[in-house]
Design a protein around this ligand. Structure first.
Ligand code: GLY
Length: 380
């Protein structure tokens, strides 16, 4: 059944290689790639049966074409859906899906395929890491955020009542298929939120990429060739960082630019996505990281203005006050920040910057200075 590899002509695509020795893999990027999924997966896992774990909303749009492509390449598969939304990243769904995979008699040499955004990818990856002590795993990310961030680099997991992403594993996929055409059906707000992570790569380490985005962002949003280029450059930036520091002992923390403030804002609105989605929190968080860096004398106001102008141009929120509704006071924010994974023995770690493309990890930031800064920002 799984012995034939369909001779489907591969469509135009870009390949980014994630160099991790025995755990290396490719990220393929291009329009219509789901139609090539069977060919691509059969090329690396010719005998695997596939358990597809799909977001139920995405399944309605794209499971049919994925399934057709797998069948054309002789890959046996069964699909399991999960409710859309962050609440699926929980122990109950994890347990259910592990049991489904075992009940379906999938073996160690078989594979889990994640179809959806970050929730499906993180959950399915964790199922793959744990079931039968590790099954092969393929990511088919269908949001911009998942294509440029969560599907790459091997962070998998679920949420606990103690916080987001606190239960999980580093578990690399064998292949990532980023079909940029599926982003055409993404709600504009979600596309914009994902774009915050694209801009992040320029801001943290590549001033030339940020300048390119300032000129080309409309093409990225409209689905021109600029979109593939932006996804590929983002994936390449992440691949380089992950290859240098897979388990976040140092440099990988740069990917958290804007995330300490951003996570605190998401937590402060109790993860109500009507008020704030992750990428919007990252956008405001990146602004705060630049403003805080300016406060510490690390960058000039001109840099802050330039970053704000671009995020504002694309329609992302840039101020705490852009979040609708009431927010808690500074003490609550500092409590949330103190519980962040990036805290070590009371000292705060922040990603600060000396200029566009020049972010760095600063350990031991004085909580008193952060409190004063945030108090001012909340009062503005
Ligand atoms: N999303 C941050 C990381 O993968 O390290």
């Amino acid at each position: 059944m799984a012995d034939t590899i369909a001779a489907t002509a591969p469509s135009e695509r870009t390949t980014v290689h994630v160099d991790l020795g025995a755990r290396s893999y490719d990220i393929l990027i291009g329009r219509g790639l789901i139609g090539d999924a069977g060919y691509q997966i059969a090329s690396i896992l010719p005998k695997a049966r596939l358990a597809i774990i799909a977001d139920e909303t995405v399944a309605k749009l794209h499971l049919g074409s994925l399934s057709d492509s797998l069948s054309a390449s002789g890959l046996g598969h069964t699909a399991y859906t999960l409710p859309s939304g962050e609440s699926s990243k929980c122990f109950a769904e994890f347990e259910r899906l592990c049991d489904e995979v075992l009940a379906g008699r999938f073996e160690r040499g078989d594979a889990i395929v994640a179809l959806g955004g970050g929730v499906a990818g993180d959950l399915a990856g964790f199922v793959a890491s744990a079931t039968r002590r590790g099954m092969a795993f393929v990511q088919v990310p269908t949001t911009l955020l998942a294509q440029v961030d969560s599907s790459v680099g091997g962070k998998t997991g679920i949420n606990s009542r103690h916080g987001k992403n606190l239960i999980g594993a580093f578990y690399q996929p064998s292949l990532v298929l980023a079909d940029t055409a599926v982003l055409d059906t993404l709600p504009p707000r979600d596309f914009r939120a994902g774009y915050a992570e694209v801009a992040k790569y320029g801001l943290l380490g590549d001033a030339e990429f940020f300048a390119w985005l300032e000129t080309n962002w409309k093409g990225v949003f409209e689905g021109g060739p600029e979109r593939e280029e932006a996804v590929a450059r983002s994936c390449q930036a992440k691949a380089d960082i992950v290859a240098a520091d897979e388990f976040e002992a140092g440099k990988r923390a740069l990917l958290n630019l804007g995330h300490t403030f951003g996570h605190a804002l998401e937590s402060a609105v109790a993860y109500e996505t009507e008020r704030l989605v992750h990428g919007e929190g990252v956008s405001i968080g990146m602004m705060l990281a630049h403003e805080f860096s300016a406060r510490l004398g690390l960058v000039g106001e001109d840099t802050v203005l330039r970053v704000r102008a671009h995020l504002d141009d694309v329609g992302l929120p840039v101020r705490i006050q852009d979040i609708p509704g009431q927010l808690p006071g500074v003490d609550t924010f500092m409590d949330i920040i103190a519980q962040d994974k990036k805290v070590s023995r009371g000292a705060l770690t922040f990603i600060l910057t000396r200029g566009i493309g020049e972010a760095f990890v600063e350990k031991g930031v004085d909580p008193g200075v952060v409190t004063e800064f945030l108090r001012e920002k909340l009062d503005q």
